[in-house]
Design a protein around this ligand. Sequence first.
Ligand code: PLP
Length: 420
Amino acid sequence: MWDAQGHKYLDFLGGYAVANVGRNHPTVTGALIDLLGTDHPSMVQFETPLFSGLLAEELKRRIGRGLEYVFFTNSGTEGIEAAIKFAKCATGRAGIVFASKAFHGLSSGSLSLNGDECFRDGFAPFLPGCRMVPFNDLPALEKELAPGDVAAFVVEPIQGKGVNIPSSGFLQESARLCHQRGSLLVIDEVQTGIGRTGSFLALDHEAGVDADIIVLAKALSGGHVPVGAVLTKAAVWDEVFSSMERAIVHSSTFHQGSLAMVAGLASLRALDEDNLVANAGRMGRLLMDGLLAMKPKFEFMHDVRGRGLMIGIKFGPPRSLGLRTAWSLIHAMDDNLFPQAVVLPLMDDHRIITQVAGHHLDVIKLIPPLCIDESDVRWFLTAFEDVMRKLHQFPGPVWEVLKKLGKHAVTKRPREPVTN
Ligand code: PLP
């Protein structure tokens, strides 16, 4: 990205993972401009729309897994809402199980599956029957499924908040446990999908996961037109849309609009043209290797984890006394503050855009466009090392900025709990 003065920025946020093919990719903008030039009638609502058929076909070709039907949405959260409804309808049950730290969007149903109190605060009551289990905990999942009232377990294959990766076999075993109890497995690939992790889906890293519903959004848009997709097995779809009368039992005015569908088709084409899925894997490995090599030098760096171009850098208390004092001081002021000591200088001193990976987490997240190259990786690693070096000098200017920020942190307004 460049600003009006011509300064170049390294965008490691990618519009919250929408810009997988980069910004203003000519294949995407070209296709959208072409479509607008054709006078194509979108949203007639009585037609058999061409482009949604083509995009559904394209997604099914890439995903397979016996997922035969595709419902298009305008956002990720809308995809999750559809998945909740489809699962309830297909199973005749109300319960939904979700994971701690889960993020599935912020509309009411999706928020009922949110594993972070900061997002939930003030919006109770939630959907009845929603129950949280610790992420990556199969015995806890098995226990929640046991009563036989659960429609679905909804889970991200890698959690966006904190970049938490489940143990190998977790998703496959979750599917088995769900099916044993007549529940569905819903995989939320809104952030991890469309090549982000070095494969088309993050699910592809684990063999044989029998998902009933997969939700996509974000990068399918090409960064231009909001669009999401819910892929389901025929058995689920057939229960929801079981008769002519129920043909629009779940729908929305703007779903499968032609601009959105063409954005989706063109984004997938751009992904192929530029070989971006493989590039995500390659650049991700370079970044991980560079970061892991730095870890022994910097006491605050506790973990580097990720797949492809979804990487979390976790910070933790240092060993040496001086730095430990600084760590405690900052956390006592505000436990959201520390990662800003990395995010702010990356932006101010190096023109690199990154984000904190969630509330009360000492983790920053890297989700750049998948078109970054070796020189971008070098830019990031050099900048990150510089930021780390300065952060490990206490007292030092970084800590002064943090202290100032802490003093200005917004005072939280206590909230009365809402009761049913
Ligand atoms: N699911 C996941 C995993 C997400 O990361 C997000 C958004 O960040 C959503 C769902 C919600 O998507 P949207 O913001 O398009 O509603």
